[in-house]
Design a binder for this molecule. Structure first.
Ligand SMILES: Nc1ncnc2c1ncn2[C@@H]1O[C@H](COP(=O)(O)OP(=O)(O)OP(=O)(O)O)[C@@H](O)[C@H]1O
Length: 254
């Protein structure tokens, strides 16, 4: 297992925000995390990224405790794309993406042609050709989101943790973001609100009230009954006659 959490929990002022999460993620897997607002998805991702220190339990990356890994080493293994990261710094798109290379640079291994090549590839993968010299503050929400993705890709991590990465993106960029993540030779954990997007993941975990209440293949985990119970909505499954793909139609519970 590339990433393992056991009895993972985080509390603030005696409030249990995440509790008792046991999770093992396989190498190369695209793992979707779904759940209502406030169910603990972002907090769980921040614990897995090592940004929050667990109140209970632990996280292991490639068998090593995350808490014992030096920050630089952890950043070589894990990239985290936050939900609403912003900066007031006057930086360009290229500067922002170059930051992704930081964990790999040392005085003995300064910036090289290989770093240039990786940054160019990340910019291209995030469809940012022509944006390199634009200032961050002038970008739209979706363009900023794509720069974050490019920065995370430039980090060349083993594990990508993405918090609602399709937020702000137009439909074409939503599709290319998810296709890109699925095609990358990395392990990804993605918090998603769109249950149809979650259907495309290898496995899905469902968060409710700070707990991981279900875990498994999307078709099993995202049952009509569970969607009603966890999200309070009525799901019906519609089959596209063109290719047999199953999609959810969602409505109020009656
Ligand atoms: N530092 C904090 N202090 C108090 N409450 C917090 C803190 N951090 C998170 N919470 C609360 O913990 C709960 C879980 O938050 P979290 O952001 O993890 O949920 P989420 O599932 O990612 O939600 P969303 O879908 O809205 O992004 C929320 O009710 C939130 O208000």
């Amino acid at each position: 297992m590339i990433l393992e959490a056991s009895n993972l929990g985080w509390s603030v002022r005696r409030l249990r925000i995440v509790q008792g999460v046991d999770l093992s993620v396989r190498e190369g897997e695209t793992f979707g995390l779904v759940g209502p607002n406030g169910s603990g998805k972002s907090t769980l991702l921040r614990l897995l990224a090592g940004i929050l220190k667990p109140t209970t339990g632990k996280v292991a990356v490639e068998g090593q405790p995350l808490s014992g890994l030096p920050r630089r080493l952890a950043a070589q293994k894990i990239a985290y794309l936050e939900q609403q990261a912003d900066t007031g710094e006057a930086i360009t798109v290229r500067d922002a993406v170059e930051i992704g290379r930081t964990p790999w640079l040392t005085p003995l291994q300064p910036w090289s042609d290989e770093d240039d090549r990786i940054v160019a590839g990340a910019l291209a993968d995030a469809d940012l050709h022509g944006f390199e010299s634009r200032f961050w503050a002038t970008l739209s929400g979706g363009e900023k989101q794509r720069v974050h993705l490019a920065r995370a890709l430039a980090q060349r991590p083993r594990i990508l943790l993405l918090d609602e990465p399709t937020n702000h993106l137009d439909v074409r960029h939503q599709l290319s973001m998810l296709d890109l993540v699925a095609a990358l030779p990395v392990t990804s954990i993605i918090a998603l609100h769109d249950l149809n997007q979650a259907l495309a993941c290898d496995r899905v975990g469902v968060m409710a009230g700070g707990r991981l209440v279900a875990l498994g293949p999307p078709q099993e985990v995202l049952s009509v009954d569970r969607i009603a119970e966890v999200f309070g909505v009525r799901a019906s499954i519609v089959v596209d006659p063109a290719d047999g793909a199953r999609i959810f139609r969602l409505d109020h519970l009656r």
